[in-house]
Design a protein around this ligand. Sequence first.
Ligand code: SAH
Length: 333
Amino acid sequence: MNMNIYNMTFPALEAYFSERGENSAKAKIVYNYIYKKIGALSERVCQMLKADFEFDGVRIIRKNECAEAVKFLFELHDGNTVEAVLMRHDYGNALCVSTQVGCNMGCAFCQSGAAKKVRDLQPFEMVLQLLKAEEELGERINRVTLMGIGEPLDNFNNVMDFIDIIGHRHGLSAAPRHITVSTCGVPKLDELRDISCNIAISLHAPNNEIRSRLMPVNKSYNIEKIMSFTKSRKKKTTLEYIMLDGVNDSDESARELANLVHGVNCYINLIPYNETGLGFARPGAERISSFYSILIQSGIRAVVRKEFGGELKAACGQLRAERAEEKTERMNP
Ligand code: SAH
């Protein structure tokens, strides 16, 4: 199969033209045309590209919509499915994209990890989640978060290419401050110390004992490593903390968390758990509020994440899991 055009970083497209004895400035014309929808391609360039590239490979097969969020299920060229969720914020639209089919991190509370990783997504499959969502909605997406299915840093090179492609000034020009990579914390993270986009780390526990129970990755990248990474950065890092009833939501956990991050350049994003049937529950509103207050009173910057599309099954991997169940039901009526 041909390479997909949306897999091409700008330098790779320049090289493609140079290798064929063409002016590499054509890369700018093509990027402008496919991403900005400006200008036009000559018949000859059009024929060349058609002969050498695929232009599609991702299809929206389901869309669930409510006032503040739209959830998309995409089918890939090989029949695998992934999800993306659009969230409408006051400051614009943000799309949460998937980076892998399934995930190998095996977090106990996460539906995406319940099934193992099937394969990595290629850059074009991430780019097309964005383009298809924009096309379907007829709206511009201003922010991209890599928080869908998959561990972005377990698909490192493709994710870095994706960030390059959507960030290029001749294409979508996504500003680094509008891109967030969310990771559970793998050793590769240390390579991203100086990256200009935002980094969110799934901390989810105030100590290694709780974190190891929830996240197998804690064996290779524990809380000390996360904190030393966070302290070594010039930019502020987001630490995500899922609130799980009776597991990590006590006042004592809040105080331990406050001590852990005291004086560190970060802020805490408290995420009320989206229940998935994996045996974890979301704490009540009072518990969340008490936890939050302890952080704030200790001088820690924290927010409780606004809820988006709970009724849309918006948590990572939920729509995909639902479809897999339906398929099984159809096969075993
Ligand atoms: N693998 C990356 C990115 C994908 S998961 C990471 O771990 O950060 C994105 C975020 O959603 C992570 O913080 C993850 O722990 C969280 N998450 C997974 N399942 C969830 C659920 N059911 N409810 C709320 N957050 C969930």
